[in-house]
Design a protein around this ligand. Structure first.
Ligand code: FIX
Ligand code: ZN
Length: 432
């Protein structure tokens, strides 16, 4: 087999990474079966969960955080921003971040990439032309189009037990599960571990006999609830996000919920548990979804968990840059731990480059380099476009070093690794 070297190597890697189908491990995307606020040929549902189109793209919470900075000089406050209609918010964001300023940030550049790859001119001064184009699309066709452009095969959802809107939809429609096999389900339940106090009245209102002390009876009831929702959703894994203050072992009710109800349920059904660690919610409550921040968390807690539950698969992403090296080293120690993604504030090319290099050097191909965390369908286009480029650059450099070390690099190798990193590792972890 031919040895590829020099510029040909970089090109071959870019091509292989660009063409590998993606299994997106974590998103907040939905299908039209969950309702959608807009689109041709559907009943509009203002509380629908499937977000797509220009107004949703522009009112993404990453961009809300940015417009609150740009607009502060002319008196824009979070209260004032949130008092506007969605259309007005999008108009304001377009004007402040794209017309009156150069869209230099990663989240802004993402909108430009997305519009361009949809065949639209990203240089419009108003949103009229974009709105007209999106209004002509049907949500189903748009899903097909976006998955095709982005090269994404599977879009793993986040199905949150504590989201009342989504919960009602699952209870009302048993066929939701069969809606679209490209969108696997995930059972998410942060509050069981992070906020037991407020989880109790919610669970009670749903008919579970739980108490603040988390009595043995309450543990059984949490188990019963998890069993019911696992049966209803048939999730590919269970998930929660945790604050930087989270510690394991711990003595509080949340820690007991984890060890006595959640992990036994995962074990029983062979479900991996994903932990997203390092988010401090609502550091600036007025900014709402744009008001969460990052804090360095405790990797030793992850190690303890992996050691105490050696048969449980843990998929872990951490939000702070400071935790990345220790997490990768910990994964060398525990085969049941797989690091995934460059989450949220880390989803920037400079940080993806650094983190992916470190993981590749420490773990070889045994990690999941990226997930998109998309909330709006079309974001798949830019998140994967930008991430693929960053991953290809890192992988290309590593092959060049391997070639220098004396190993011929072949197309077969490159294709195998690209496929593994973008798809295969997720598929095999979720089907084990
Ligand atoms: O907890 C999570 O799943 C976070 O990813 C989100 O809630 C967060 O708001 C986000 O969109 C980050 O990208
Ligand atoms: Zn998320």
């Amino acid at each position: 087999l031919p040895n590829i070297a020099g510029p040909d190597l970089a090109t071959a890697v870019e091509k292989a990474v660009a063409q590998a189908p993606v299994w997106d491990f974590h998103t907040h995307l939905y299908t039209p079966a969950f309702g959608t606020p807009m689109g041709r040929g559907v009943d509009h549902d203002p509380r629908g969960l499937m977000l797509w189109g220009i107004d949703e793209l522009l009112t993404y919470h990453y961009l809300i955080a940015e417009v609150l900075r740009e607009g502060a000089g002319e008196g824009l406050t979070p209260q004032r921003f949130y008092s506007l209609s969605k259309t007005e918010q999008a108009d304001l964001i377009w004007r402040k971040l794209f017309v009156e300023a150069t869209p230099l940030s990663e989240a802004c550049r993402g909108v430009v990439t997305t519009l361009t790859r949809l065949g639209l001119d990203p240089g419009e001064t108003t949103l009229d032309a974009y709105r007209k184009w999106f209004a002509e699309q049907s949500p189903d066709e748009q899903i097909d189009r976006v998955l095709e452009i982005a090269g994404v095969e599977k879009v793993t959802m986040t199905n949150d037990l504590f989201d009342g809107n989504e919960r009602e939809r699952w209870l009302a429609d048993a066929d939701l599960l069969r809606a679209d096999s490209r969108f696997p389900t995930v059972l998410r339940f942060d509050a069981l571990v992070t906020d037991w106090e407020h989880a109790v009245p919610r669970l009670q209102s749903w008919g579970y006999e739980v108490d603040q002390e988390l009595s043995p009876r309450a543990i059984d009831e949490v188990r019963r609830m998890l069993e019911e929702w696992i049966a209803r959703l048939r999730p590919v894994y269970c998930a929660m996000s945790l604050p930087p203050t989270w510690r394991f072992p711990g003595a509080d009710e949340g820690a007991r919920c984890l060890t006595d109800a959640i992990l036994p349920a995962c074990g029983e059904h062979g479900l991996p548990l994903a932990l997203m660690i390092g988010v401090t919610r609502q550091i600036n409550p007025e900014a709402k979804l744009a008001g969460d921040t990052v804090g360095a968390a405790d990797v030793a807690s992850v190690a303890h968990l992996c050691r105490e539950f050696p048969h449980q698969r843990f998929l872990v992403t951490m939000l702070s840059r400071e935790n990345q090296h220790e997490l990768a080293v910990t994964a060398r120690k525990f085969a049941n731990l797989t690091p995934f993604g460059c989450w949220w504030f880390l989803n920037n090319p400079s940080l993806i480059d650094e983190i992916t290099r470190m993981r590749l050097e420490l773990l070889g191909p045994t990690f999941i380099p990226q997930h998109s965390d998309c909330r709006v369908l079309e974001q798949l286009i830019y998140k994967w476009d930008h991430s693929r480029r960053a991953i290809a650059a890192v992988l290309g450099d590593q092959y060049a070093k391997l070639a220098d070390a004396g190993l011929p690099i072949t197309d077969r190798m490159i294709e195998r690794d690209a496929h593994r990193l973008l798809h295969g590792n997720v598929a095999s972890l979720l089907s084990r």
